[in-house]
Design a protein around this ligand. Structure first.
Ligand code: NDP
Length: 601
């Protein structure tokens, strides 16, 4: 994607006012409380439609390493531990197989918006060539199985199992893990990698339980009802159905084209339009791949992607897509600035200009693609691009040219209620046979509430108490007072970056290095010192923070529905020098071999 833009002739003040007015329409006093949790209040809808539960006896054995979560975090950590010779590894996963988000999200059209060359982990190790620049979900799910098989991670895995309690046994120096399947086993080490988007939510609409037709959340797609397949085969079950989809986020953008194609009639209920840029997906050419495929290529690609999102001036852009385009546009403006004018304020102004130019193009795209000018206007996103998850698709906007697809634009108000027969918006009732909730996942609630278990560390300290005023960790991975535990995620590390698995790949290297060191030298406990942890947090606090959605943004999960995250937000941080700064720091720390800040006992 070219970045030939200089500052566009846009009335910045007028645009800021328009963005603020659009945001204000959407602000609600109930914030995140407007949603209901699928897993508790609608547990019948939350059950696993993909794999039957296999009965088994509870376990009371012992493993060296237990990992909670069978998505990328658990798989990559397992791979690195197995490579390090630690064979006794057990994944505990609530789904019926590996994959995490890719296990649950099987809606038609599901695809990764980040290039597969950098997003799909362990490609070199497993010898897999992605079939497309942006792989579809079935291929990613298969890749999770491939990793599981390649590294022997299935052998010890517990599926359809939820951890209910995790407690440190100081005498035996191990963790006791209890689950909803009656297990009570121990592990010398534990890892937690439950992901940021694993608890599905529904809009808390009056009457939602009264609907007489079929309804489901996009992460529990009922192919038995719709027909079709996750690979995109026609959903013959919808040929005579009127279907409503509520929500127009990244998930809806991907499945609406399939619903438009197959449903008798489709009603898309929109509260806030997504920004939908072009996708330009292409198959990966094996000849091209064979030239790229030299030792270390994936690490090089991942690092190049991070560099292109950062503030440096990398010589090449290997991925070259909509994510790196914005970074390039900002740099194009900064490069024209005399060195003495590159102040933070001027760089922020350049960022705003680049963003305005980009968003204007995306709005023009909606108008150009959609035949009906009024519908095209309603599909325009009025906010800065990173206020909400940017979307990329080459068939979503086109779906609104389908004669049986109707955009129900609620102008920021959303759906009002559900009746026995359908959906009410703008005072009108739309009678439908099926309602699909593309309403997203819980974000920003505290970790313990979302994960479904508390952790009791050394001296009986509960993680829920310890993190009451915000997360505290060393390098985002180790927590003082919680020995032999690793938190494999993004905060207080590289933080939110467009290639989430890169965080996990890096953390897994650290876990394997630390555990190998402890085992080789006969240590039974490892934990960060209180001083090292505090120093790390103080250092992170010197930076600008990592939360991408400010309260100036239109409401969404990036900014806790416009209300911000309060005191806790201060700690949702990344390295002051960005993701690249973190990876550079941690690489040197790991290579030093002394693991400064960790205490081995
Ligand atoms: P989102 O939270 O992004 O979207 C939820 C949608 O539901 C929003 O459009 C929201 O509107 C709408 N909504 C909620 N309540 C109502 C209501 N009462 N009336 C009308 N609309 C309503 O969830 P998604 O599942 O789309 O995406 C979640 C995340 O998953 C993404 O942000 C992304 O990080 C990830 N994802 C990643 C993909 C990938 O490529 N790797 C693909 C798909 C998803 P409003 O915006 O107004 O709140």
């Amino acid at each position: 994607m070219a970045s030939t833009h200089s500052a566009p002739a846009i009335d910045k003040e007028a645009l800021r006012r328009k963005y603020a007015a659009e945001r204000d329409k959407r602000l609600r006093a109930d914030g995140s409380a407007q949603y209901k949790r699928l897993e508790t209040e609608f547990s019948d809808l939350a059950s696993d439609p993909y794999t039957p539960v296999t009965p088994r006896e509870p376990l009371t054995d012992h493993v060296t390493f237990a990992f909670i979560g069978g998505g990328f975090a658990g798989l990559i950590t397992g791979a690195r531990l197995k490579e390090a010779g630690i064979d006794d590894y057990r994944i505990i996963e609530k789904g019926g197989d590996f994959g995490g988000t890719w296990y649950w999200n099987r809606y038609p059209g599901a695809q990764c918006d980040t290039a597969s060359m950098i997003y799909m982990p362990l490609l070199e190790e497993t010898g897999h060539m992605p079939s497309e620049k942006y792989a579809h979900a079935p291929e990613i799910r298969d890749h999770c199985s491939r990793i599981g098989e390649h590294y022997g991670l299935y052998e010890n895995a517990l599926f359809h199992t939820r951890v209910t309690d995790l407690s440190w046994d100081a005498e035996r120096k191990c963790w006791l893990i209890r689950t909803d399947r009656g297990d009570a086993f121990t592990a010398n080490y534990v890892g937690m990698g439950t992901g940021p988007l694993h608890v599905a939510k529904l809009p808390g609409l009056p009457g939602i339980e009264k609907f007489g037709g079929k309804s489901f959340h996009t992460s529990r797609w009922d192919y038995a009802y719709t027909g079709g397949t996750p690979e995109g085969a026609a959903m013959s079950g919808l040929a005579d159905k009127r279907v409503a989809i509520i929500g127009t986020g990244a998930t809806a953008v991907q499945c609406v084209p399939h619903l438009a194609r197959d449903a008798k009639e489709l009603f898309v209920f929109q509260r806030t339009p997504s920004s939908v840029d072009e996708r330009n997906n292409v198959p990966i050419d094996p000849d091209w791949f064979s030239k790229v495929n030299e030792p270390g290529w994936q690490k090089k690609w991942q690092e190049n992607f991070v560099a292109n999102l950062g503030v440096g001036f990398p010589a090449e852009d290997l991925v070259d897509d909509g994510w790196t385009d914005l970074g390039k546009r900002i740099r194009a403006q900064v490069i024209d600035m005399p060195a003495d004018q590159r102040t933070p304020a001027n760089i922020m102004a350049a960022f705003e200009d680049a963003d305005n130019g980009k968003m204007e193009e995306i709005r023009e795209r909606a108008q150009a693609i959609v035949d009906d000018p009024a519908t095209g206007e309603q599909l325009k996103a009025w906010y800065r691009q990173l206020c909400k998850r940017p979307c990329f698709h080459d068939e979503y906007l086109q779906a609104f040219n389908h004669p049986t697809t109707h955009l129900i634009h609620t102008d920021g108000k959303g759906v009002e209620c559900i009746t026995e027969k359908g959906v009410v918006a703008g005072g009108s009732e739309y009678e439908v046979d099926c309602i699909i909730y593309a309403s997203g996942f819980e974000v920003g609630t505290d970790f313990v509430e979302r994960s479904g278990y508390d952790v009791t560390g050394r001296d009986g300290v509960k993680l829920s108490e310890y993190w009451k005023n915000g997360m505290r960790s060393f390098h985002g991975l180790h927590i003082h007072g919680f020995p032999n535990m690793f938190f494999v995620q993004q905060n207080q590390a590289a933080a939110f970056i467009a290639n989430y698995p890169h965080n996990l790949v890096d953390h897994a290297l650290t876990v394997a290095a630390v555990v190998s060191y402890a085992l080789e030298d006969g240590y039974t406990e490892v934990e960060p010192t209180a001083e090292a942890q505090q120093k790390w947090i103080d250092f992170l606090l010197t930076g600008p923070g990592a939360r991408i959605g400010s309260t100036e943004c239109t409401p969404g999960y990036y900014n806790n529905e416009g209300q911000g995250y309060g005191e806790q937000e201060r700690f949702a941080l990344g390295h002051p020098a960005g993701a690249q700064g973190y990876f550079t720091h941690i690489d040197a720390w790991r290579k030093s071999g002394s693991f400064d800040g960790l205490e081995f006992r």
